[in-house]
Design a protein around this ligand. Structure first.
Ligand code: GCO
Ligand code: MG
Length: 410
């Protein structure tokens, strides 16, 4: 029996974004697994949970018992389904799938039922520039947006997320902030709504049906405004509208569903199965978008994908810069082996990640491909990783505020 000998967190920021990877070493010399536990805003606490709780819980356990370990480790803290411990568990869970693939001499997608497609079609981000962008002010937002669209079209991209500026739009609200307002990332929800419809109308007018259009509201609107935006965007036939409600307001999806045919994607902020169960059962969304390490790893994500298939919901796993290449590869193992795959969000890797994580999935002509190495297929160069320490500074962008200074869900 091969057992778990050590469990450790490796925190590294090769592209300037804090990533957390869990390495599970085994009693078999040279056999280890890697998993993604990336929660970039609270990476220190996740790493701490891995060291102080996952390690003592799991050392000595049989590596083959993935389901049993997942169930035991999920309920061991009694309180469960929170972001910190879900990420710590995800790192272990993915690492155990990596080990099982290496022992079976198969890529993980083979363990999940084999390929239903050779590669996963991706969606890219256009227009998400910030007022800090050196080109801002020299180029109009439309010119910056078009430049990014042209770049992605040259790369064969078929799905492009259109944002006019950051989440909440191109905002430079120094002028409207109340006297002595507290610091924050100010934006005007109604200005953002108007700009978004104008931007997408411009894109559809200029590019026709050359690519599928997506947009990410990022929970930046009050529910009734989300209803209005979904209706206002209906004529432009989006592939989907992402995160148009905050998780606390998902009951409003019923209203949106009844008033608009704009396809809806939700889930990157979910941690708890009770957040998605109703949306799927009632067929209130079209795409599920969880951040796989935030729900506890590949084991629960596979179960979620199968649940969604029964209700006609497709997958569009969260794939931002704050997922490690191991996490991105796990997304793609699921993408390749799931019949109800929709689209894969793809941020792409900087040279730092490519150097630290040998075997990164490869983007070719709008599709992402996995190596056929056994397991997850991505390794880590720990020495190179150590050269990119994570920054403990708290993120500014999550301090979002409306013109009157009210804090807004970011
Ligand atoms: C996306 C997400 C990200 C998140 C980020 C939070 O659609 O990729 O909205 O941009 O904001 O992952 O850390
Ligand atoms: Mg999003």
């Amino acid at each position: 029996m091969v057992t778990i000998r050590d469990v450790k967190a490796i925190c590294t920021a090769p592209d300037g974004i804090a990533l957390v990877v869990v390495k599970v070493e085994t009693s078999e010399p040279g056999l280890y697994g890697l998993g993604c536990a990336t929660y970039t805003q609270r990476w220190i606490t996740v790493a701490d949970a891995v060291e102080h709780y996952m390690k003592p819980l799991l050392v000595g356990k049989d590596v083959s018992r993935i389901e049993d370990i997942w169930q035991m480790a999920m309920a061991s803290p009694y309180w469960r389904n929170g972001p910190i411990l879900n990420n710590a568990l995800s790192g272990v869970d993915m690492a155990l799938w990596d080990i099982k693939g290496k022992m079976a001499k198969m890529p993980v997608y083979e363990l999940l039922g084999g390929k239903v497609r050779e590669a996963a079609v991706v969606y890219r981000h256009a227009g998400g520039f910030s007022t800090q962008d050196p080109r801002y002010g020299k180029m109009t937002p439309e010119e910056m947006l078009d430049e990014q669209i042209e770049h992605f079209l040259e790369m064969g991209t078929q799905y492009i997320r259109i944002q006019k500026g950051r989440y909440g739009g191109v905002q430079d609200l120094e002028a409207v902030k109340p006297e002595g307002a507290c610091p924050g990332e100010y934006y005007d929800p109604h200005q953002y709504m108007r700009e978004t419809v104008e931007s997408i109308a411009h894109v559809r007018e200029k590019y026709g049906n050359r690519f599928e259009i997506l947009h990410d509201v990022h929970e930046r609107l009050e529910p009734i405004d989300a209803v209005r935006l979904a209706k206002d965007l209906e004529p432009y036939r989006l592939f989907y509208l992402e995160d148009c409600l905050a998780p606390e307001q998902v009951d409003w999806f019923k209203t949106i569903r009844n008033q608009s045919a704009t396809p809806l994607a939700m889930g990157e902020l979910f941690n708890n199965p009770m957040e998605w169960m109703g949306l799927i059962k009632e067929r209130l969304i079209d795409y599920i978008r969880v951040h796989i390490s935030q729900i506890g790893g590949l084991t629960p994500a596979k179960k979620l994908q199968v649940l969604c298939e029964a209700f006609g919901v497709r997958t569009a796993w969260h794939g931002p810069g704050d997922v490690s290449p191991i996490g991105h590869a796990v997304n793609v193992h699921l993408d390749l082996s799931s019949w109800n795959f929709g689209v894969q969000e793809w941020q792409g890797f900087g040279q730092g990640c490519l150097d630290v994580f040998p075997g990164c999935p490869e983007l070719k002509n709008g599709y992402v491909y996995l190596s056929d190495r056994p397991g997850i297929g991505v390794d880590i160069d720990e020495k190179a990783a150590a050269a990119f320490p994570c920054d403990p500074t708290l993120p500014r962008w999550t301090n979002a505020r409306r013109p009157d200074g009210t804090f807004a869900r970011p």
